[in-house]
Design a protein. Structure first.
Length: 194
């Protein structure tokens, strides 16, 4: 998968990604450390970058709220049930039981354009997994535990933890739970009259 993913477009071919591939005992050690932090001191950990805007304008706020209703609703978790929501979040740190977990980093000295390249690389990893009959899940939540991941994986200081990706065989058929905006809501066509 990584052999294919490395061909992601990259401005000036700088290829700003680095991946830590975890399996077996290494993955178990990482999962145990992250689960302990999640259970005992999660509020002490924050990501080095901001994923969401402080104030999401519409339609983004409505989409995020709809996500919460649909996702947790599909799992039978009530919005007010903080303990059940925390338990669901904890599953991230075991890579949802997948046999392989990836931790993706980027050099913090790079600019925003390199994050575009990194996004295309992550998408390539996921497409390569799908091409092999595997499922994958990108997980930003790993970024908040960078202080734990750094010594466990020998991540150098110049690397910023961006996300994790769980990769494994599907347990159940993938479902399209989240609605997507119609093309006319996000695209403007000019000069294409037939």
């Amino acid at each position: 998968m990584l052999q294919l993913a490395r061909y992601a477009p990259s401005g000036a071919n700088i290829q700003p990604w680095h991946v830590y591939v975890l399996g077996g005992a290494a993955k178990a050690r990482v999962s145990a450390a992250l689960l302990e932090a999640h259970e005992t001191c999660r509020d002490e950990h924050v990501s080095e970058y901001k994923y969401y805007a402080s104030e999401l304008p519409d339609p983004y706020l409505k989409r995020r709220q709809e996500f919460g209703r649909l996702f947790y609703g599909s799992l039978g978790i009530r919005q007010a049930d903080a303990e059940a929501r925390s338990g669901q979040t904890a599953k991230n740190y075991t890579f949802f039981g997948a046999p392989v977990g990836l931790i993706v980093t980027i050099d913090r000295r790079l600019e925003t354009g390199s994050w575009l390249d990194l996004g295309m690389f992550v998408q390539n990893v996921m497409l390569a997994a799908a091409g092999r009959g595997l499922q994958s899940c990108p997980q930003e939540t790993f970024s908040r535990y960078h202080r734990i991941l750094r010594p466990l994986l020998s991540i150098p200081e110049e690397q910023m933890v961006v996300c994790g990706i769980s990769v494994g065989k599907p347990v159940v058929e993938a479902q399209r739970l989240m609605p997507r905006a119609h093309v006319d809501e996000f695209a403007t066509f000019l000069g294409l009259d037939a």
